[in-house]
Write a protein that binds this ligand. Structure first.
Ligand SMILES: Cc1cc2nc3c(=O)[nH]c(=O)nc-3n(C[C@H](O)[C@H](O)[C@H](O)COP(=O)(O)OP(=O)(O)OC[C@H]3O[C@@H](n4cnc5c(N)ncnc54)[C@H](O)[C@@H]3O)c2cc1C
Ligand code: SF4
Length: 329
């Protein structure tokens, strides 16, 4: 590990002034970044600790929620308003990592966590375009059970590992940012990038820019009637093979609104807009749920080791929607 300086930011202005110089990086709970530094996958001259910046969960004027970037994953999962109004978010958080890690991990750090592709972490031997642009991608012809089936490129087939972000994507969350050029807000669906020819550029965050919070819109019926289901190789402490965050509003037997996002399928949390559109106004039946799921997966391009994900994703989407429709189907 290359030595680095450590600075503790006391407030947002202090974080921004410390974080804009040279090779400085923001530090949340350190549960991902410290591993990356330790294994020489990443490096930094200076870490600016933003994990103690004031951060709270508060209601906005319009009935939504504003969640500070330094809020711990465990605190967010346990918050009564999150559990009551956005249950898919609480469940997604609880499906991630372990209790100890959730107590350390911050909202900002969770959004910015890096892929779990094993070749990305193998800085001593593997070729990886994300870690070293232009070097190649050992996952494409190698172990790719966990890799992408949607939105990948010839240069990278990694997936985004966050559970929390899948639920936030289904909920149309907005990421609040502050940087040298001022403040801005970006929909989470536009925050992470697909790999294209430059997989090392993973988000639209600019150098020196800080995530200050995440905003949830007022909960609609499809946010309240929602669920998160994660399919993985072990029942706990494992990353998703497939994850589905979904919410459903059914009136008179027809789908009025569906919110669906997928994890474990792409370099970003995948909003299932095709499935949502296919369901709109249609009877809430198991058959229609499966047809809509198949429509979303129609453009999937699986690799040698993960073709099973296509059918698994379809079945999981359909099963979660049927569960949300309850005894109506
Ligand atoms: C063993 C293990 C199992 C795990 N299992 C899961 C799992 O099943 N599901 C899951 O979703 N996650 C899982 N994780 C990942 C975990 O959720 C992340 O490590 C964690 O959320 C990162 O948050 P952090 O605050 O510790 O970030 P850090 O490690 O401190 O930082 C991560 C990145 O975020 C940047 N950053 C931090 N805060 C900000 C900010 N405010 N603005 C801009 N950039 C910022 C840092 O510079 C760094 O690049 C697991 C981790 C481990 C170690
Ligand atoms: S899939 Fe992406 S992260 Fe994994 S080895 Fe290939 S380029 Fe690297």
């Amino acid at each position: 590990m290359t030595p680095f300086a450590y600075r503790n930011a006391l407030d947002q202005a202090g974080a921004l002034s410390l974080g804009t110089g040279g090779d400085a990086r923001f530090l949340g709970g350190g549960t991902n970044l410290v591993d990356l530094l330790r294994h020489n996958v990443d490096s930094a001259a200076e870490l600016v600790d933003v994990s103690r910046l004031p951060g709270a969960i508060r209601e906005t004027g319009n009935g939504g929620l504003l969640i500070g970037a330094s809020v711990k994953n465990s605190a967010l999962a346990a918050h009564p308003l999150v559990r009551a109004r956005y249950p898919m978010l609480s469940r997604a958080l609880l499906a991630g990592a372990s209790a100890q890690i959730r107590n350390m991990a911050t909202v900002g750090g969770n959004i910015m966590q890096r892929t779990r592709c094993v070749y990305f972490y193998d800085a001593d031997g593997a070729r990886c375009n994300k870690r070293q642009p232009g070097s190649g991608c050992d996952a494409i012809g190698g172990f790719n059970r966990y890799h992408a089936i949607l939105g990948a490129s010839e240069d990278c087939v990694a997936t985004h590992p966050s559970d929390m972000c899948v639920a936030l994507t289904a909920l149309d969350a907005i990421v609040h940012l502050a940087g040298p050029d001022g403040e801005r807000a970006v929909p989470l669906t536009e925050f992470h990038r697909l790999p294209g020819t430059d997989p090392h550029i993973e988000t639209v965050l600019q150098p020196g820019e800080l995530i200050t919070g995440v905003e949830l819109l007022p909960a609609d019926p499809a946010a309240v009637n929602s669920e998160y289901r994660k399919v993985r190789d072990r029942s706990s402490y494992a990353f998703a093979l497939i994850a589905v965050a979904a919410g459903l509003e059914v009136v008179d037997g027809k789908v009025v609104q569906a919110r669906i996002a997928l994890g474990g399928v792409a370099a970003k949390p995948w909003r299932a807009t095709r499935a949502e559109a296919a369901l709109h106004g249609r009877p809430a039946t198991r058959e229609n749920f499966f047809v809509a799921a198949a429509e979303e997966l129609a453009s999937a391009q699986p690799l040698d080791g993960n073709a099973f994900k296509v059918g698994l994703a379809q079945r999981t989407i359909a099963a979660v929607l049927a569960s949300l429709a309850g005894d109506r189907v």
